[in-house]
Design a protein around this ligand. Sequence first.
Ligand code: SF4
Ligand code: SF4
Length: 451
Amino acid sequence: MKFQEFSKFPGGVHPTDGLDKRLSNQESIFKYIPEVVEISMKQSGGSACQVVVKQGDHVTIGQIIGEPKGFGAAAIHASMNGTVIEIKIVKDAKGQETTVCVIQAEETKLIENELEYSNKLIDLTDISKERIIGAMKDSGLIGMGGAGFPTHIKYETNKKIQYVLINGAECEPFLTCDHRLMLEYGMEIVNGANLLVKAADATKGIICLEDNKKDAAEHLKKLLGDVSSSLEVKVLPTKYPQGGERQLVQAVTGIEVPMGGLPADVGIIISNVATAKAIADMIFAQIPLVSRCITITGRVKKPRNYLVPIGTKFSDLIELSGGFEVTNNRLILGGPMTGACLAINVKAEELEGSVTKTSSGIVVLENNNEGESPCIRCEACARVCPAGIVPFKINHAYIDENIDICEKLYATECIGCGSCSYVCPAKIELAYRVMEARGEINRRKRERGVK
Ligand code: SF4
Ligand code: SF4
């Protein structure tokens, strides 16, 4: 297949001028080992894990502490050597009760080993597809771009896969953890991308970035050189939500994923750049998914990226970032377009929660929420919706509690990108309500036994 040059997806917005990203993308990733981690047993999009250690147990880094029991769960490992000092129930960012395993570190010194796969392309001839998929499972690997779906399930597909798209678009404003990862862990990502291509039996892997990360694109191209024929780097125009799965497929290949379908239906699998690094860590260094890079930015005194053990407390990271610049703050977990509100008007030391495998960032904004005003039917929300649905109509139907109409208006196609809410002059929480409608439709379908 020949790719269309700069093919586009419909809708989308240009939320910022890029200065928001410059807050945190100029400095190298800061590595930090805390004294205590609080590891949640619910880290993937599916079921929670069952904790298999108890208070007083000594644990070693990489040891399984949470076993997956239901669909969509992925194993959880100790992210440091230490002692389990508490097992407790807390409320997560979505308000759901979650079991958390608290580990006191044995030591907080950083040990850095120079690993072969960090500085050269590794020959994968002796590594089978089955071994890679097995490693995904053992590593507790999930999509680290936000969805949190167990990676091995994606790669166990019986569909014929032509392309693996390695998603480094990072289109959300403010977030730069993937950008820094590509600059500083480029060879790990390249080796991981080759592993993902092999796991999918694909013809090609394409590392996709927006053109606001040209330095990372050049770096990755240089690393690939002429050696790897199964990988290429594709630079796309900067436009939100370029990193959405359907939008990325359309922008890179020109193929539209059918409504209700998955990228695998058109021969494509998408994995995030951090996921690519994580599978390389597991295959070449036997390190399961026990750490991640996270952006702490916005109205903090020192915005930057951190590489931390899973379970690092958010309050530690805010403190390391110099604290808040504003007391009337609103903290978003993830990017400002799709992230969940973590806290409002909070003091750093009172902030609850800890890093999970999908925590891409915390964005601190000034809390100047003015509230909603009536819809003026300008239809701006419909024009920017990349899913091609009409958010204001679904919003009205949802407020009227008419879920059947929401379904007829294809609320299930919403990808939760937040573009509609962003452009709405009436500040209506469109994305939230369309997503709620989507959830309700899917819940009713499950009750009726409809897939
Ligand atoms: S953008 Fe806001 S005001 Fe305009 S039609 Fe949509 S909901 Fe109504
Ligand atoms: S309705 Fe959903 S997909 Fe469409 S713009 Fe809003 S959040 Fe994005």
